[in-house]
Design a protein around this ligand. Structure first.
Ligand code: HEC
Ligand code: HEC
Length: 352
């Protein structure tokens, strides 16, 4: 079938869909480029809840309050939102974040947006999922800095209002104020933090959702080989890979400290300099880049990737087009993230 005939056919299908009251933004058409993209990437789901980790309104409300509350931390200054700020798309714009008692973190803050659908959490995959991540943050020395879970949970229990919220969120638990439930509640909230973008509209069939520059960039992203690692729902977030396949990464990033990556977690020599392939959703909003925040701008990060992962010198036009595609991955912030919750009132209580 030639292109004109297929266009006419899709026109008829479109008219029929319109007559039946179908959603035209979904049934708008297709193209070989779109089919190729649909084979490599998937649109975001409405939320990231699972049977094991359901998104119930009570858990989400509790988790949202806890996410913004600094009082469970050792010195009362650290909430999740300190390093994952809504106004900065769930990051903090620092190469390396500062946590409790001004302690520096060893790695850059990734965004919490869409993070729950990734196959593992943290740059080196040393957390199973968002629930595990949130629970362990309570006792992370440069994070909340609590000596143990009991101390952390006692602080939360002492804030009037929280015990009842935990009871509502976990009605079957006798003592619901636990570190595990803290993780499950914050995890439920994070599982609602989905940011549908123009690229999702495109994948769902709205072939006009991407600008011509973004479309060329998508083609370049695929033909250059970026999508062999950055693919799926997250355009990344689905596998581990060595950073610096072709050339040592620090020669291009200028990293001062060399992080051996997943090797430190597994002690397996094959995991030397291996990191999680990060999701590129909202990447235009989450500078600086890489596990150590060593690169400040997106065009430079794209150049480094071409060089150290693929052995390709991308020229400025290639980079510009790829960045135009990456811009189409910037989604709308969910309302329950771009606005703040009201927390149960009360002063921070220092440890005695
Ligand atoms: C002091 C800054 C800081 C605080 C506070 C903090 N985080 Fe993070 N967060 C980070 C850093 C840094 C990483 C990456 C750590 C690594 O890979 O070693 C991270 C990673 C994550 C990830 C994994 C994202 C991914 O792509 O792998 C999630 C989810 C997350 N944090 C959520 C939270 C939640 C929920 C809280 C509160 C319970 C929290 N963070 C508190 C800095 C912080
Ligand atoms: C062989 C796998 C692989 C290929 C191919 C690849 N990447 Fe990456 N990408 C990674 C890994 C691993 C990282 C994380 C590096 C680190 O530790 O900071 C990354 C990080 C990035 C980042 C930084 C994201 C952030 O949040 O800091 C961008 C942007 C990026 N890649 C874009 C691209 C582009 C564009 C291409 C094609 C030119 C590409 N990548 C090709 C594996 C790959």
């Amino acid at each position: 079938m030639n292109r004109n005939k297929s266009r006419i056919l899709f026109g008829i299908v479109g008219l029929l869909a319109g007559a039946l009251g179908a959603d035209m933004s979904i049934a708008a058409g297709t193209s070989p480029e779109l089919q190729q993209a649909q084979a490599l990437f998937k649109p975001l789901p409405a939320n990231m809840g699972t049977a094991e980790f359901p998104v119930t309104p009570e858990r989400v409300a509790l988790g949202r309050a806890l996410f913004f509350d600094p009082r469970p931390s050792l010195d009362g200054t650290v909430s999740c939102a300190r390093c994952h700020q809504p106004a900065l798309y769930g990051t903090d714009a620092l190469p390396l974040p500062i946590g409790v008692k001004d302690r520096a973190n060893p790695r850059n803050s990734p965004t919490v947006l869409n993070a729950a659908q990734e196959f593992a959490a943290h740059w080196r995959g040393d957390r199973i999922n968002v629930e595990d991540q949130a629970t362990k943050a309570l006792i992370g020395p440069p994070s909340f800095g609590q000596p143990d879970f009991a101390t952390a949970m006692a602080k939360i229990e002492a804030i009037q209002g929280y015990p009842a919220m935990f009871k509502q969120a976990f009605p079957n638990d006798k003592n619901p104020v636990t570190a595990e439930n803290w993780g499950k509640a914050i995890g439920a909230y994070e599982r609602t933090l989905v940011t549908p973008a123009p690229f999702d509209a495109y994948l769902k069939g709205n072939i006009k959702a991407l600008s011509p520059a973004a479309l060329s960039g998508l083609q370049k992203f695929i033909s250059t080989g970026c999508a062999s690692c950055h693919n799926g729902v997250g355009v990344g977030g689905g596998m581990y890979q060595k950073f610096g396949l072709v050339e040592d990464y620090w020669k291009e990033t200028g990293s001062k400290k060399i992080d051996t990556g997943r090797f430190d977690v597994t002690k397996n020599p094959a995991d030397m300099y291996v990191f999680k392939v990060p999701s590129l959703r909202n990447v235009a909003m989450t500078a600086p880049y890489f596990h150590d925040g060593s690169v400040a701008t997106l065009p430079e990060a794209v150049r480094v990737m071409g060089q150290v992962q693929l052995g390709k010198k991308l020229d400025s036009k290639d980079i510009e087009e790829i960045v135009a595609f990456l811009n189409s991955l910037t989604g709308t912030l969910p309302k329950n993230f771009s606005t703040v919750p009201t927390l149960p009132p009360g002063a921070f209580q220092a440890a005695k």
